[in-house]
Design a protein around this ligand. Structure first.
Ligand SMILES: NC(=O)c1ccc[n+]([C@@H]2O[C@H](COP(=O)([O-])OP(=O)(O)OC[C@H]3O[C@@H](n4cnc5c(N)ncnc54)[C@H](O)[C@@H]3O)[C@@H](O)[C@H]2O)c1
Ligand SMILES: O=C(O)C[C@H](O)C(=O)O
Length: 312
C-alpha cells in the first residue's frame, strides 16, 4: 500500500513504533525525525534491515530536514521528555508543550493535510496544544492512550482470572492520568462481563492497577516510561486509519458537546477511518462513572487552562 508515515521523536516509543510498522508492513514508507541525527540514522538502518528480514516492503528513512515529512498520510508525535520515578505526567506540561510547538510548525509547513497522532505526555493537554497550534480540524488530531490503558486493564483481568488470554476486551475512558475511568461494566471475557466473573475486591484491584499501570513501569525502569505497549497501540490506530477499517478505539479527541463537554480533550470511544476520527461514540455511563469522568475532565482542564494562560 502506497502510504507514508512520519514519526517525530525517535526515542523508545518512536523506535518501537517504527519497528512494529515496518515489520508488519503497515505502510510503504516510514520517515523518522529527531534532533539526535546520528541516532535516527542508526535506527533507520537497523529497522530497514529488520524490514528486509521480515520480507516487508516498508522502507525506513531519516528526515534530514522538515520537508522530508512532505506527503505523510499520518504523522505520529512521540517527541518529548518522559517522566522519571517521583514525577507525575503533568510535570512535563510546559517542556513538552514547547517541543510540540516546534514539531507542529514543521508539520504545518510540510504536510498540512496529514492526520496527527499525539503520544507525548501529558497526553490530553498535548493533543489540545497540537490542535491549537496547528489549527487542524479536530478529526485530524488524535491522542493515543485509551488503547494502552485498556490493554493494561485486560492484562490485569487475565492476572486475576488465569484464563481468557486473547479474549479479554476492556474499556477505559477519560484523561490519561491518575483519574482515568476504567469501565468495568463494559469489560468482558469472551463476551461475559467481568462483573459476573470476579468479586468486587478483585475488580477494585484491577481498576487501581490499571490507573497505576504507567507508574508501575516508570518505577521499575527508573530511566523513562513504557514503550512496547504504547507503540503497538499506536500501530493499531494507524492501521485503522490507513485501511479505513472504521474500528472503535478509545482515543483522546476534542469534544464538541459529546458527554456534555466542549473545547476539552478527553479519552472517549471513537471510530477511526481514512478521515481520522469518523465518529465519537456515546456510551451510557452510570452516575458513578459520570462523576468519575467529570473529575478526570477537570484534571485535564486544569492543564489546558495553564496552556491557555501561559502558552498560546
Ligand atoms: N500517550 C501515552 O500513553 C504514552 C505512552 C508512553 C510514552 N508517552 C510519552 O511519549 C513521550 C516519548 O516517550 P519515550 O519513552 O519515547 O521518550 P524518549 O526520551 O525515549 O524519546 C523522546 C525523543 O524525543 C526526541 N525529541 C525531543 N525534542 C524533539 C524535537 N523538538 N524534535 C524531534 N525529536 C525530539 C528526543 O531526542 C528523544 O529521542 C514522552 O512524553 C512520554 O511521556 C506517552
Ligand atoms: O506513565 C508514563 O509516564 C508513560 C505513559 O503515559 C504510560 O502510561 O505508560
Amino acid at each position: 500500500m502506497n502510504k507514508k508515515i512520519g514519526i517525530i521523536g525517535a526515542g523508545n516509543v518512536g523506535s518501537s513504533l517504527a519497528f512494529t510498522l515496518a515489520t508488519k508492513a503497515v505502510c510503504s514508507h516510514i520517515v523518522i525525525k529527531d534532533i539526535r541525527e546520528n541516532i535516527v540514522e542508526a535506527m533507520c538502518l537497523d529497522i530497514s534491515q529488520a524490514s528486509n528480514s521480515a520480507k516487508s516492503h516498508t522502507i525506513v528513512t531519516a528526515a534530514k530536514e522538515a520537508k522530508d515529512l512532505k506527503d505523510c498520510d499520518v504523522v505520529v508525535i512521540t517527541a518529548g521528555v518522559p517522566r522519571k520515578p517521583g514525577m507525575s505526567r503533568n510535570e512535563l506540561l510546559l517542556i513538552n508543550a514547547n517541543i510540540m510547538k516546534s514539531v507542529i510548525a514543521d508539520i504545518k509547513d510540510n504536510c498540512p493535510n496529514t492526520i496527527i497522532i499525539v503520544v507525548s505526555n501529558p497526553l490530553d493537554a498535548m493533543v489540545y496544544a497540537a490542535l491549537k497550534t496547528s489549527g487542524f480540524a479536530s478529526n485530524k488530531v488524535i491522542g493515543m492512550a485509551g488503547i494502552l490503558d485498556s490493554s493494561r486493564m485486560s492484562h490485569f483481568i487475565y492476572e486475576k482470572l488465569g484464563y481468557g488470554a486473547g479474549q479479554i476486551q476492556s474499556s477505559v475512558m477519560g484523561g490519561h492520568g491518575d483519574d482515568m475511568v476504567p469501565l468495568t461494566n463494559y469489560s468482558t471475557v469472551a463476551g461475559v462481563c467481568i462483573e459476573e466473573l470476579l468479586n468486587k475486591k478483585d475488580i477494585d484491584d484491577i481498576v487501581q492497577k490499571t490507573k497505576n499501570g504507567g507508574l508501575q513501569i516508570v518505577k521499575l525502569l527508573e530511566t523513562g516510561s513504557a514503550y512496547y505497549a504504547p507503540a503497538y497501540s499506536t500501530s493499531r490506530m494507524i492501521e485503522s486509519i490507513l485501511n479505513n477499517e472504521k474500528k472503535i478505539y478509545p482515543c483522546a479527541v476534542l469534544l464538541s458537546g459529546e458527554y456534555g463537554y466542549t473545547n476539552i480533550v478527553a479519552g472517549v470511544p471513537v471510530m477511526l477511518g481514512i478521515n481520522g476520527v469518523e465518529k465519537i461514540i456515546k456510551l451510557e455511563l452510570n452516575e458513578e462513572q459520570k462523576n468519575q469522568f467529570d473529575k478526570s475532565v477537570l484534571s485535564v482542564k486544569e492543564l489546558t487552562d495553564v496552556l491557555d494562560k501561559e502558552f498560546f
